[in-house]
Each structure stands twice: as structure tokens, then as C-alpha cells.
Design a protein around this ligand. Structure first.
Ligand code: ZN
Ligand code: ZN
Length: 621
């Protein structure tokens, strides 16, 4: 999960539109009164739900309700006469605008961490509560250390005191759950369950607990809609080592016929029965696999309390889910053909309209979000955006997590750069693409920076690497042309992408830190270097790529892997400084554009087709 600006991707999940973002003193006072009733002096509120998801339902926007802060990551800590909000570098400005500074102190999560704040403010023996559903086992370990170092006592709350104080807290979502057809999934659920069950058995375990909605959706070949932008049903699952799954899900969400589609190997139970099932595993003294990085502490407590032996391991669905099968890869290629045509129609429209409309002050960032969506929506397999579009002009482009709203909407100006990072959820695949275009005449500096970003993008696209290589080892390829000019960017270069699932998925990534998972054939990643000049402009060029095997050539010792670029959309060559490119880089750009033209032209008509012909011509040098 994105946690800091150095490891996360450029596009982070946005604040959700929720009435929760109205935190004020009343909410804080209500929580304190509830804590008092429970003989607690403190409480910790993470921005998290039971599934540690990037997107959470309105019900789980507790941090926003309490503090007003609506960022995608952060936490708050409350004591009788002090309270603080902890955020990472992406949100240090936003948090000050959103919280009441007389009630909450804003703190940088790594420079002024919770542990320091507790040491400064906790009195000996004070009891600090937490909701064991909302923190992972690993997080509770850290929290416990911090509270004990401050001579306090950490207390797991049976029910969440904030929920008791939140009068009009929204209900849990009940979006319909539908089958994800085999034509798109490529492998039957019973086969997936048998393969994962074999791994559970191999690890000496009776069962594995999964609390990750995307793992469960992948395993059962189902999709839902409980959170924005990602087709996830929120639920829990226990997979036994014989392949039988017990799915803890609200049955009001099941579409007609889904029960039959799932077959005998999936037992349906109400979410409230999860506790009994975990305790039953404990009573049988079973070994149970659980992921300390994703499962709530609550799951660990139930299992351990009842006598189960916990085998801590990554969620066993994560790696097989990340390696797309041939049907999923073909699906994503098809999705990119249609998505590329939609984006091309948008870029062509923008190029035609921009000069006059921008001069007249008629084109705003929000207009462009709507326009782009209208081109995508025409597709019959389109279901949703895969994240909230980043539509950023001029200086807004330099803010990596910028989201346009009616309040901050900005009109495009001449001589600026416009950055648009967007994606869609189609039944056959998830897309995520960034293009940066010049509105009017770009400066020489803009062209230099853009060309360096492009060189990094090309270096990664062309990378060949031995099996076993991880994303961390490839990251500097994309940064090197910027480093030579004393420049860099503060986000990861690439994140995993799901198949009609999360636009950000693990375990693989291309980044400076935390990316030591070997890249495997079938994995989809983004290739998105950028450059950001504060107060000036932002540049990012993002394509999705798939890891592919390379045939071993005569004389080669090692089995090599490479990337196939999936995204098909023109790259603005008016921003390219040809003198900075090598012959090999020009050859890549020309052949990419020839491929884009050949792939998309039949899906385009009239002005759009003519425009694509023009902008995909070989680079003039
Ligand atoms: Zn993106
Ligand atoms: Zn991305």
C-alpha cells in the first residue's frame, strides 16, 4: 500500500467524496466522551478499513469524520487534552488546510512519528485504545512498542468507540456481486483453489485466512462494487487445504445464480460467523496461514486465543494473481486497443480545440476530465474509471497527487504543460496511462526535461534482464537521464496492475525501496518516470508493460526477460528535443508510434484518424 512518497506510485487514491470530511470539535468531543465512558484516555484512528484497502467505503472514513483530513493515508491519535494527525510528505500542505489547528497538531509521520508524540504527551499508566479490525498484526506490534516506551497501556477495543460516537455513520456497502466470466478470467475458480490449497498443504497448514478483497475476487472469479474505482466485493474467506472455500459475505450482495455458479466447493456464511470459524480452527489446534501485513490483528487474536498455530506468510493468492494467464493478457491487450483509441480521440480533440479555447479562457481541468470520460464511456465493456483522473495544468502538474475539484478548478493557459493521468476498468482489463502535452509553445527547459523523462521511459521499456531480477534493480534505468542533469522524482517508477481489479496491486513494483520481489512472466507493471518543477509544471509519461520471456539467442548464457508495452497512445513529439536522443531511442519512439498508428487507426475516423497519422510520423531530426 502506498505509504510514502518515495515508494508509492504517482497516482494515489484520492479523498473520496464523502460527507465525512467535516471533522470538527464536536466529533472530537464526542469521541473523548465515549473514551471516558470506557475508561480509556487515548485512541488511535488509522485511515483504514478491515481489508487494508487503498479505497475504503464511506463507513470507514473515520479519520475524515474525526479530523476533516481526507487524504488516502494517515492516522490520528487522541488524548484527553491533545490530539494529532500524522501524514506523509504528500499531504503536509493539505492536512493544514483541512484540520482545525486549535484541535489537532499536524505531524510528519516519519520526521515526528506517533512514538515521539506519545512519549511527549502520554502520562504514566494511561490506557490507549485501538480497533483490532483496523490495524494489521505488524502495525499493532509497532503501536505496542510505542505505547509501552511512553509507559502507557495499549488496549484492544471490542467495539470501535469512534463508531459509537459517530451518530450518522453510513452502513456497510451492499453492491451486487457478479461472476467474472471465464472468457475474461482464463482459469476456473476450482482450479485456482486446488493450486492454492496445494501450497497451503505444502506449508503444513490446514487452512489460510484471506482478508484481501482482490485476492478473494480473483480466487472466486467474482467482481463487486463496494468501493470506488475498483470492482471489489468486501468479504472474508478461509480456504481449506482440500480446496474448499468458506466465504464470509453478506448474501444480500449475491446476484441471481451466483450461488450455483460458485458450486459445491464454496460454502457461504454470514460475515458475523467468521469469529466462530476461526475459533473452531483453534479448537482443532490447526496450523493456519495468515498474512501479518494485511490481516487485521482481530484475526490473529481469535486464532491464537482459541489455540491455533499461526504460520505467518504472504497472502497465497497474491503472486499467482499478479502473473496474468494468456487469456488475461489477451484481454488486457484488447482493452488497451479500445482505451488507446478513446485517449487518442481526446488528445486529437484537445489539439484541435486548445488554441482557440485556451486563448478565450474557456478550457478548465474539470472540463477535460468530463470530456475524456465521455470518450471512454462509449465502450460496452467499460465499467468505471480505475482511479480519479489527474487533470493538471501548469503548476498543478507539479503536485503529484493533485485532484481537480470545483473549488480548485483551473483554466489552461498558453505556454503551459498539461498532464493527464487516467485509466479505466473494462471487463477484460484495467488501464492506467499518463500523457503530458504542450499547450502552445513549450520552453527549452520543458523540452529538455520532457526528453529526459522520455529517455528514462524508453530505457525501461527496452530493458532485458535475467530471471530473478527485481523491480528495485531496474528502477535507476528510468532515473539515469534525469540524474545526469541533477534531477529526480519522488515517487516509484512502476506499480503492479490487476486484471479488471486494483490499479495498484502487489507484490511487485519498480521503486527505490521495498521492491525486492522478482519480476515474473505475466506480471503487469506501469512504467511512469516523471519530473516536477514546484510552482512551474509537471511531466510524466506512463505506459503499462507486461513481463515476457525472451528466447535465448546463440551465445547467451542466461534466460532473459523483457517488457511488452501494452499502452497504445501517441507521445507528444513537439516536446521532444531530438538532439538529446540516441539513434536507439529514436528507433524505439518511431516503431512505437508506427505500432500505435497501425493498431488504432481502424478504430478512428475523420479528423481523429488524420491527426493520428500526423502525430505518429517518424521523428524529424
Ligand atoms: Zn497513472
Ligand atoms: Zn500508474
Amino acid at each position: 500500500m502506498p505509504s510514502s512518497s518515495m515508494t508509492s506510485s504517482a497516482e494515489v487514491s484520492p479523498a473520496q467524496e464523502s460527507k465525512a470530511g467535516t471533522g470538527d470539535g464536536d466529533h472530537l468531543a464526542a469521541l473523548r466522551a465515549e473514551l471516558d465512558r470506557r475508561n480509556l484516555q487515548g485512541f488511535v484512528v488509522p485511515r483504514a478499513d478491515e481489508h487494508q484497502g487503498e479505497y475504503v467505503p464511506a463507513r470507514a472514513e473515520r479519520l475524515a469524520w474525526l479530523t476533516g483530513f481526507t487524504g488516502s493515508a494517515g492516522s490520528a491519535a487522541v488524548l484527553p487534552d491533545k490530539a494529532a494527525v500524522f501524514v506523509d510528505g504528500r499531504y503536509t500542505v493539505q492536512v493544514r488546510e483541512q484540520i482545525d489547528l486549535t484541535q489537532f497538531a499536524p505531524r510528519h509521520v516519519t520526521e515526528e512519528p506517533l512514538s515521539d508524540w506519545l512519549k511527549e504527551n502520554l502520562t504514566d499508566g494511561q490506557r490507549v485504545g485501538f480497533d483490532p479490525w483496523l490495524h494489521t498484526d505488524s502495525q499493532v506490534l509497532q503501536l505496542r512498542n510505542a505505547v509501552s516506551a511512553a509507559k502507557g497501556e495499549l488496549v484492544a477495543c471490542e467495539t470501535n468507540p469512534l463508531d459509537s460516537a459517530w451518530q450518522d455513520q453510513p452502513e456497510a456497502p451492499l453492491a451486487e456481486i457478479v461472476p467474472h466470466q471465464i472468457d475474461f478470467a482464463g482459469q476456473a475458480s476450482f482450479e485456482k483453489r486446488a493450486e492454492i490449497a496445494a501450497k497451503i498443504k505444502q506449508a503444513g497448514c490446514a487452512a489460510a485466512v484471506s482478508t484481501l478483497p482482490d485476492s478473494i475476487a480473483w480466487l472466486l472469479n467474482v467482481r463487486g462494487g463496494d468501493v470506488p474505482c475498483t470492482p471489489l466485493p468486501l468479504s472474508f474467506l478461509i480456504l481449506a487445504n482440500d480446496g474448499v472455500a468458506t466465504w464470509f459475505v453478506d448474501d444480500r450482495k449475491l446476484s441471481d445464480g451466483l450461488r450455483e455458479e460458485l458450486g459445491n466447493g464454496v460454502d457461504l456464511r454470514a460475515p458475523a460467523e467468521l469469529a466462530d470459524a476461526l475459533e473452531e480452527l483453534g479448537r482443532r489446534k490447526s496450523s493456519v496461514m495468515a498474512d501479518p501485513a494485511s490481516a487485521p490483528k482481530w484475526v490473529f487474536e481469535r486464532l491464537e486465543g482459541a489455540g491455533a498455530e499461526i504460520v505467518k506468510a504472504s497472502d497465497p493468492c497474491q503472486l499467482p494473481k499478479a502473473q496474468k494467464n494468456t487469456i488475461e493478457l489477451q484481454g488486457t491487450r484488447n482493452a488497451h486497443l479500445r482505451d488507446g483509441a478513446a485517449l487518442t480521440r481526446f488528445l486529437s480533440w484537445l489539439d484541435r480545440e486548445a488554441p482557440a479555447q485556451v486563448a478565450a479562457g474557456n478550457l478548465s481541468e474539470l472540463d477535460l476530465v468530463e470530456k475524456l470520460l465521455s470518450f471512454r464511456k462509449g465502450d460496452s465493456l467499460f465499467r468505471d474509471s480505475s482511479f480519479e483522473t489527474i487533470s493538471a495544468s501548469g503548476p498543478n502538474g507539479a503536485l503529484c497527487h493533485y485532484r481537480v475539484t470545483p473549488d480548485n478548478d483551473r483554466r489552461l493557459g498558453t505556454g503551459e504543460l498539461y498532464l493527464v493521468d487516467s485509466g479505466a476498468q473494462y471487463l477484460d482489463g484495467t488501464t492506467d496511462v499518463t500523457r503530458t502535452v504542450a499547450i502552445g509553445e513549450p520552453s527549452a527547459e520543458m523540452r529538455d526535461r520532457y526528453t529526459r523523462v522520455l529517455k528514462g521511459h524508453i530505457a525501461l521499456a527496452l530493458a532485458r534482464f535475467p530471471k530473478g531480477t527485481n523491480g528495485g534493480q531496474l528502477d535507476s534505468l528510468a532515473r539515469y537521464p534525469l540524474w545526469q542533469a541533477g534531477l529526480d522524482y519522488d515517487h516509484g517508477t512502476g506499480h503492479g496492475v490487476g486484471s479488471y481489479l486494483s490499479v495498484h496491486e502487489g507484490p511487485q513494483r519498480i521503486a527505490k525501496a521495498g521492491s525486492n520481489v522478482a519480476l515474473l512472466p505475466g506480471m503487469i507493471l506501469s512504467n511512469e518516470p516523471g519530473y516536477y518543477k514546484a510552482g512551474g509544471y509537471g511531466i510524466r509519461i506512463e505506459n503499462l508493460v507486461a513481463v515476457i520471456e525472451q528466447e535465448q539467442q546463440p551465445g547467451e548464457d542466461r534466460a532473459m526477460l523483457a517488457f511488452e508495452t501494452l499502452t497504445l497512445a501517441p507521445i507528444d513529439t513537439t516536446l521532444v528535443e531530438p538532439a538529446l536522443l540516441t539513434d536507439g531511442e529514436v528507433a524505439w519512439l518511431d516503431s512505437y508510434h508506427a505500432r500505435v498508428r497501425a493498431s488504432l487507426i481502424e478504430n478512428l475516423e475523420g479528423d481523429d484518424a488524420t491527426w493520428l497519422e500526423k502525430v505518429t510520423q517518424p521523428l524529424a531530426r
